[in-house]
Design a protein. Sequence first.
Length: 123
Amino acid sequence: MISDNGGEAPHFDVTKITAFEVTAHSAIKTADKQDIKNISKETLTKLLTKLIPNYFSVREEKNLVLLLACLVEPQSASALSQRLGLTDRTLRNRYLSKLLQAAVIERTIPEKPTSRNQRYKLK
């Protein structure tokens, strides 16, 4: 069941005499690692050097890396905000507006920026 939801398989340790121990891994952290593998290091480094000094601070780098990795495929703002643990408004104000301004990402429906079907992807 855990691996069906994107998590790693649990580890059962039965070396204890009267009890056993189960180590379950967070599906969110596993999914994040898988997303980051989808984007090449060269592309990620190039984007970060463009964005960090001009649009974002260094302390936002972790969320920015995860966001860029997620945007390899078109994603809705609500899916991205859930992935990053931010509200929709915070995601739009802090990240999406700056990434659109920097021309790093694009809307899938540019003629309707407020469409409920709007998704974002890397250019």
